[in-house]
Design a protein around this ligand. Structure first.
Ligand SMILES: *Cc1c(COP(=O)(O)O)cnc(C)c1O
Length: 365
C-alpha cells in the first residue's frame, strides 16, 4: 500500500499553524471530492480557468479571479502582469525580458516571498512608510506598489488606504499580499473594495484548498494578462502550472469557506486555549496564557506556554523537538528558549486532548 507509513514517514499533529513545512492545511471532503471528479475527465483548461475564475469572482464580490499554484506564484505573476499590461504595443509573454521596471514596497514589509518580484525580473524599491517617501519613489518606471498585509503596520506608518490614494493618483496598481489573511472571510473582498488592484491569498492555508493553490482577486484586465502568460500558454507563468484538479478544488474550498460557521470555529479555538491554559498552569515551572491575535494576525486565539528551564531541566529548543519525536508526532510553534505557542486553528476536533496529554508528558522534569 502506498501511504506515509510505507515510506517510514510519520504523520504529524499540527499545533503550529498553516505552515508549508508541515503540509499547510488538510483538505475537507468537499474539496477532495471536487478534485477527484476533476481528475476523471479531460477538459478545455482555458475555458475551465475562466469559468472557475468567474464563479470565484462572483462568490467573493470581486470583478475577476484567477487561481494560481500558490500565493508565492501569485506574487511573481502579479508583478509580471502589472509590467506587461503597461507595455506599449503587444503585451509580452515574458515581461522581464524588457526591463528596468520598479516595484515599491515598505522596508518594514520585506519578507521571504517578495523575491517573487525579482524572479519576475523587476527591481524592488524599498521606502520608508511616509507619503513623501512614496511620492519621491514614483517615476516612469514604477509599475506597482506591493503591500504585505501581515507585516505589522504601526500607527506612525502610512496605512493601506493612504497608499492606495497616492498610488491611484499616479495610476499605479497596488497589490496586497494577504496570503495568510483568512480568517476573517470578508478579507476576500476587503482590500479590493478598498481600491487595491489585486489581492493575493494562499489556497493551501485556512481556505483548505489544494496545498499548491492560491487566488488572485481583483482587476479583470490584469488577471486576463496573467492568464495569457500562464499555462497552457508558454509565458512566464507556465512554470506555475495550475491543473484542472487544483481549479475545481480551489472553487470547492472557496464555496465551503463562505458557508462554514466561523463563530463556531472561533469558539472551538477559544475553548481549546482556555482548557490548555487551565491544565498547564497546574504544572510546576509552566505558565500558559491566551495570546490574540495569532502570529499571522488572524483573529483567533492561541496559547503561549512559558517554562522555567531550571525547574524542567530543559529548554524549549529541546521541548519542541520532543513534541516532534513524541508518539504521535506533534508540531508546536517555537518562540524562544523559554516559550512556544500551541495553535488550535489547524487541529482536527479531538486532537486538542492529544496535545494536552503530550504536554503533561513532556512539560515535567
Ligand atoms: C504563506 C505566504 C505566502 C506563500 O503562500 P503559498 O500559497 O504557500 O505559496 C506568500 N506570502 C505570504 C505573506 C505568506 O504568508
Amino acid at each position: 500500500m502506498t501511504d506515509y507509513a510505507s515510506l517510514g514517514i510519520r504523520p504529524v499533529i499540527n499545533a503550529f499553524a498553516t505552515v508549508t513545512k508541515y503540509g499547510g492545511s488538510l483538505m475537507p471532503e468537499e474539496v477532495m471530492q471536487a478534485m477527484k471528479e476533476a481528475s476523471q475527465s479531460f477538459v478545455d483548461l482555458v475555458k475551465l480557468q475562466e469559468a472557475v475564475g468567474q464563479q470565484i469572482a462572483t462568490l467573493t464580490h470581486n470583478e475577476a479571479a484567477y487561481v494560481t499554484s500558490g500565493a508565492a506564484a501569485g506574487v511573481m505573476l502579479s508583478a509580471a502582469a502589472c509590467v506587461a499590461i503597461q507595455s506599449d504595443g503587444e503585451q509580452p509573454l515574458f515581461p522581464q525580458a524588457s526591463t528596468n521596471k520598479e516595484i515599491i514596497i515598505y522596508r518594514s514589509h520585506r519578507n521571504g516571498y517578495d523575491y517573487g518580484i525579482n524572479q519576475a525580473g523587476f527591481t524592488v524599491i524599498e521606502i520608508e512608510p511616509t507619503p513623501t517617501d512614496l511620492k519621491q519613489a514614483i517615476n516612469q518606471n514604477t509599475s506597482a506598489f506591493f503591500w504585505f498585509q501581515n507585516a505589522q503596520t504601526n500607527d506612525t506608518e502610512m496605512h493601506l488606504e493612504q497608499v492606495i490614494d497616492i498610488a491611484q493618483d499616479h495610476a499605479i496598481p497596488v497589490i496586497v499580499d494577504a496570503a495568510a489573511q483568512l480568517p476573517p472571510v470578508d478579507n476576500l473582498w476587503r482590500y479590493t473594495q478598498m481600491g487595491a488592484a489585486l489581492a493575493i491569498f494562499s489556497g493551501g492555508k485556512d481556505l483548505r484548498g489544494p496545498q499548491s493553490s492560491g487566488l488572485i482577486l481583483g482587476q479583470r484586465d490584469i488577471l486576463e494578462t496573467i492568464q495569457r502568460m500562464s499555462n497552457p500558454h508558454h509565458g512566464v507563468g507556465r512554470i506555475a502550472k495550475v491543473g484542472k484538479e487544483e481549479l475545481m478544488g480551489t472553487l470547492a474550498a472557496v464555496e465551503r469557506y463562505l458557508k462554514i460557521d466561523h463563530d463556531a470555529r472561533s469558539k472551538y479555538c477559544e475553548d481549546t486555549v482556555q482548557m490548555w491554559c487551565q491544565r498547564l498552569n497546574d504544572l510546576q515551572g509552566v505558565s500558559a496564557v491566551r495570546d490574540f491575535p495569532n502570529e499571522a494576525l488572524q483573529p483567533l486565539p492561541w496559547c503561549r506556554v512559558t517554562i522555567d528551564p531550571d525547574i524542567l531541566g530543559k529548554d524549549c529548543n529541546i521541548i519542541v523537538q520532543q513534541f516532534l519525536d513524541h508518539d504521535p508526532a506533534i508540531a508546536v510553534s517555537p518562540l524562544d528558549a523559554k516559550q512556544f505557542h500551541l495553535n488550535p486553528m489547524t487541529l482536527n476536533k479531538g486532537e486538542e486532548h492529544i496535545v494536552l496529554d503530550a504536554c503533561l508528558d513532556l512539560l515535567v522534569r
